[in-house]
Design a binder for this molecule. Structure first.
Ligand code: ADP
Ligand code: MG
Length: 655
């Protein structure tokens, strides 16, 4: 029996079926039928007393209607949100199972008056006025329809029960139908929810994808820019590349040319290498011979030096060269001496004066080692002197004097001018000295050259390289008294001829300044250029110390009355020149005592005037008649010196 079936599940909240059933029950004024409480009440009433049909309509049997559906129930949601589906309730009439004829009539009649509904709530509200729950049906108020079934009498419980049973059956089938629909709806809803969740996820995914796409779009834009940049760079690179390519091609072409040249050079180099090897072999061979040759040359050089010095000895250790200066431009018109040259060694001079009887005075004849006329050049004069310079490098002391009256050409001969043809004996000697030193290096000769410049004025020594005016004395270098030196004298070590010539220039300048300060000092002083040479032969261990003195003597003229003021000065000059003459004569006469120390000049030149030296004296004379007496004096003095022969000169050699 359906009535005995437990009804609890019908009242369970949260189910759409229950709520719809309750609503439907309410609409049909049978609210209390389905509930347990109503059912119990009804059974109790039946057992207590018989009630009229009106009792059922007078008070509602439904006492525990659900207050509300759960929040998540589909019925709390608007129908429109349910996937836009048409409300299922609208389909109810089409799918409803046909009711019993009586009931069908009633419902059909009622339906005719109902407007179509679009939702559960509208359906509910639409149905409420159709059959109000609390309206008590009256016979007068009954609807005028012929199809209404005859109500059973109140006492006809059987009929009423029958009727109720039919109603119950109808409701039951409705409930089932709705329940099915509800279940289907629930399934659809679940599916919908599931789909919705999926959709949501898809949407989120889509959103994420969209964000990603936006990001990628941005990146794409950035990349587009850089792509464009890269493209322009690429274009630039391409252009550069093309350029470089052409350069490379050029280079390759050049390289090929160079390679070709290289190949050529290589073959030449190989050829040269072969030649080099041949030459090396030859060189080795020649090197073997060279030692022999050096020895031979060394011997030959020794022989040459020996012969050279034999010749020099034969020429005399004291040689005198006479030099006549030409007439100067400012002397044009002055009387000239009658000078004639018998040979290169003899000079005849006459002033052309007449002597008693109207005869012309005889010419005076003088012989010297060499006579240089007015037209002689500095170069010609030096040819003779040069041989003595060689002797210095062989270890001999050499002394060169220029003797003569003032203006006769002493300074011109010794120092000369600055033009090539006027360069004097001292600079030429310096050049030859260093030239010969270079040449002799091959024979393993090494030389140290030292130079000093001094002036003897009024028996005082002055350093021409130093203006400090320090006191200078002549001292012996050793006890034997072979050599002398001057105290406080500046001595320079010379590396080249230019260096030495520069020093000579300084000395000349200093002498010129002194001359300006003291009138005509240069003509009254002796200028001494001293060049010392220390030679060493690394092969033979020979060593020597030789000196070359080049002396521009003071004017040999005698003092005139007008020059008495300088009497003392002149005395000193004459004394030193006279002493020079005495020394030379003493040497000539081979006296035991040689008065070197009687004057500063002879004392200073002692090593160069003694037996161990070669001396050359230039006697300079003027061509002017007015100088005739002084010229004769000079020539007589020089002739006397020339006749002085010093015994064989020894070299300053230490073996
Ligand atoms: P000293 O030194 O004997 O007093 P210098 O050498 O000063 O005489 O000569 C006097 C002048 O004569 C200078 O002007 C000089 O240039 C000139 N002189 C001397 N000798 C010659 C010569 N051989 N050739 C040309 N000029 C000369
Ligand atoms: Mg002079």
């Amino acid at each position: 029996m359906e009535n005995t079936r437990p009804r609890g599940h019908l009242l369970r909240p949260n189910t759409i079926a229950n709520s719809i059933r309750v609503n439907l029950a309410s609409n049909l004024n049978l609210n209390g039928i389905g509930s347990d409480a109503t059912y119990a009440n009804r059974r109790a009433a039946l057992s207590r007393r018989s009630k009229s049909f009106a009792d059922f309509n007078r008070r509602p049997l439904f006492t525990a209607a659900p207050s509300s559906f759960p929040a998540n129930s589909v019925l709390n949601k608007p129908i429109s949100t349910i996937n836009n589906k048409k409300p299922i309730i609208n389909q109810v009439p089409t799918t409803r199972r046909p009711l019993a004829p009586r009931q069908l009539t009633t419902i059909t009649t009622k339906r005719k008056a109902e407007p179509p509904v679009s939702s559960v709530s509208s359906l509910k509200s639409a149905r409420v006025p159709a059959k109000p729950a609390n309206v008590k049906p009256t016979t007068s108020a009954a609807p005028p329809t012929k199809t209404i079934a005859k109500k059973p009498a109140p006492y006809d419980y059987k009929a009423r029960f029958q009727l109720l049973q039919e109603k119950h059956q109808t409701l039951k089938s409705d409930h089932k139908e709705i329940s099915d629909k509800y279940n289907k709806l629930n399934e659809d809803m679940a599916k919908y929810m599931e789909d919705s969740e999926k959709l949501k996820l898809k949407e989120q995914e889509c959103h994420l994808k969209q964000t990603e796409i936006d990001k990628l779009k941005q990146e794409l834009n950035v990349n587009k820019d850089s792509f464009n940049q890269c493209q322009s760079q690429l274009h630039q690179i391409q252009t550069d590349f093309d350029k470089q390519k052409s350069v490379l091609e050029e280079c390759q072409q050049k390289f090929a040319e160079i390679n070709k040249t290289y190949e050529n050079l290589k073959s030449i180099t190989d050829q040269l290498k072969d030649e080099n090897l041949q030459l090396k072999a030859e060189l080795t061979e020649k090197e073997q011979n060279i030692d022999q040759l050096v020895n031979q040359v060394f011997d030959a050089d020794n022989e040459r030096r020996r012969l050279h010095n034999v010749i020099q000895d034969l020429k005399g250790n004291i040689r005198v060269f006479c030099r006549v200066r030409p007439q100067l431009e400012d002397e044009v018109g002055k009387h000239l001496l009658e000078i004639s040259y018998q040979d290169e060694c003899t000079i005849e001079v006459s002033n052309g004066a007449t002597i008693t009887g109207g005869r012309r005075a005889p010419k005076q004849e003088f012989s010297f080692n060499h006579v240089f006329g007015e037209t002689s050049t500095q170069e010609q004069v030096f040819l003779e002197l040069g041989q003595l310079v060689q002797s210095v490098l062989d270890g001999y002391n050499v002394c060169v004097f220029a003797y003569g009256q003032t203006g006769s050409g002493k300074t011109f001969t010794m120092e000369g001018g600055f033009e090539q043809d006027t360069i004097g004996m001292i600079p030429r000697t310096i050049d030859l000295l260093f030239k010969t030193i270079e040449e002799r290096k091959i024979l393993n000769w090494q030389y140290e050259v030292r130079a000093s410049f001094l002036e003897i004025y009024n028996e005082q020594i002055y350093d021409l390289l130093n203006n400090d005016q320090l006191p200078h004395d002549i001292r012996m270098t050793d006890a034997r008294g072979v050599d002398v030196y001057v105290t406080n004298l500046q001595i320079e070590i010379i590396e080249s001829s230019d260096e030495l010539k520069q020093l000579l220039y300084v000395a000349q300048r200093n002498r010129a300044v002194a001359t300006t300060v003291m009138n005509e000092r240069s003509s009254r002083s002796h200028a001494v250029t001293k060049i010392e040479v220390i030679g060493t032969n690394t092969t033979s261990d020979e060593t020597f110390h030789a000196s070359l003195n080049l002396v521009d003597l003071a004017g040999s003229e005698r003092a005139r009355d007008s020059e008495m003021i300088r009497l003392n000065e002149t005395k000193n000059i004459n004394k030193s020149l006279a002493n020079l003459s005495n020394v030379i004569l003493a040497l000539l006469q081979k006296k035991d005592h040689i008065p070197y120390r009687d004057s500063k000049l002879t004392h200073l030149l002692m090593p160069s005037l003694g037996g161990n030296s070669k001396t050359l004296m230039f006697v300079n004379i003027s061509p002017l008649t007015e100088c005739y007496n002084e010229t004769l004096n000079s020539l007589r003095f020089a002739a006397k010196v020339n006749s002085c022969k010093v015994a064989n000169v020894r070299k300053n050699r230490i073996m």
